[in-house]
Design a binder for this molecule. Structure first.
Ligand code: TXD
Length: 317
């Protein structure tokens, strides 16, 4: 007998590295049940069965259904989209644009039909552009469509600072804003270790190296793995966002959200800080930036806008 999935549940589209690890984290933290969808026959079913067989040992009572049918996502509270191709060594996130745009359009037209009331978290790269595409393709209100990248980029920066200062990562507060690409903006002016500004603890040249390592964080892992890209920290990051929404925590996360004038930007998706709760994006929160960080935000926004133009040309042609 197959066990019934209980509400509220999360649907994860794409049962690859990030998708399956996200499902695992959600189940093992006991957050909710999961539906794991992929186009590859048998694969989501196999991973779901494997994850269910871990439940007696892990001691959780959550359920997961693996499927190739979109009907099974009906009623999902949140849909996490990880479907797409990951970067290969030397490939930029933008190279992925046309390949993943087709996949995101297909996935979103199915979300629109089968889970019209869900909140959608996009993970697929190039992140900001795919989130913009998902917004257009679902036709959902902007508060229900957003992307995961800032939580991951920030986690990387926090880890690098902790490593440098010999502290545990949870003692570090940091934030990374902007587009999820080479021009992302590590906001060192607002970052703290044990409550002290990191600019007072780490010399400027070393801090600049930490900022650059953060920008290159994804590529560093791609180069080491040789096939595929990071998935443990990305899955943890998605799971943290899922938790805030499911539990209506209204916690502030760095997320790729629709901006309406914040940082002088509007009518686009971009990495900003926002409160996440039962409505998805509850409020975009603007934080103070140094003049240099503001200039970096403008450069990053320009690049994201170019990507969106590229996408729109591609859709027209
Ligand atoms: O910070 C971030 N946002 C990111 C983004 C962090 C890590 C990974 N990031 C991106 O997520 C990465 O560049 C990729 O674009 C996605 C997924 O990465 P993952 O490492 O999970 O890729 P896999 O293991 O190749 O899994 C992708 C799955 C695979 O099982 C395919 O069969 C499936 O996607 N796929 C589809 N599922 C549903 N529908 C369609 N059309 C489809 N096409 C492929």
């Amino acid at each position: 007998m197959t066990l019934k999935i209980r509400n509220p549940f999360v649907a994860v589209i794409g049962a690859g590295q990030v998708g399956a690890t996200t499902a695992q984290r959600i189940l093992e933290k006991g957050l909710c049940d999961v539906v794991l969808f992929d186009v590859v026959e048998g694969m989501p079913q196999g991973k779901a069965l494997d994850l269910m067989e871990a439940a007696p040992v892990e001691g959780h009572d959550r359920r997961i259904l693996g499927t190739n049918q979109y009907q099974d996502i009906a009623g999902a509270e949140i849909v996490v989209v990880t479907a797409g191709l990951p970067r290969k060594p030397g490939m930029t996130r933008e190279d992925l644009l046309s390949l993943n745009a087709k996949i995101i359009k297909d996935v979103c037209s199915n979300i629109k039909i089968h889970a019209p009331n869900s909140k959608v978290i996009i993970v697929t790269n190039p992140l900001d552009i795919m989130t913009h595409l998902a917004f257009k393709a679902t036709g959902f209100a902007a508060n229900r469509v957003f992307g995961m990248a800032g939580v991951l980029d920030t986690a990387r920066m926090r880890y690098f600072i902790a490593e440098r200062l010999g502290l545990v990562p949870r003692e570090i507060d940091a934030v990374v804003l902007g587009g999820h690409g080479d021009l992302m903006v590590p906001v060192s002016s607002q970052s703290k270790a044990q409550g002290k500004l990191i600019q007072e603890l780490i010399p400027a040249d070393e801090l600049a190296k930490i900022e650059q390592r953060t920008r290159d964080g994804g590529a560093e892992i791609v180069a080491l793995l040789k096939t595929g890209s990071a998935f443990y920290a990305p899955a943890s990051s998605v799971c943290d966002m899922v938790k805030s929404i499911l539990k209506n925590e209204k916690k502030v996360h760095p997320v790729c959200a629709f901006v309406t004038g914040q940082y002088g930007l509007e009518n686009m998706y971009f990495g900003v800080t926002a409160q996440l709760g039962a409505n998805g994006i509850e409020r975009v929160v603007e934080i103070p930036l140094s003049a240099d960080e503001k200039a970096q935000m403008d450069r990053s926004a320009k690049k994201v806008k170019q990507g969106i133009d590229e996408l729109e040309n591609l859709i027209r042609s």
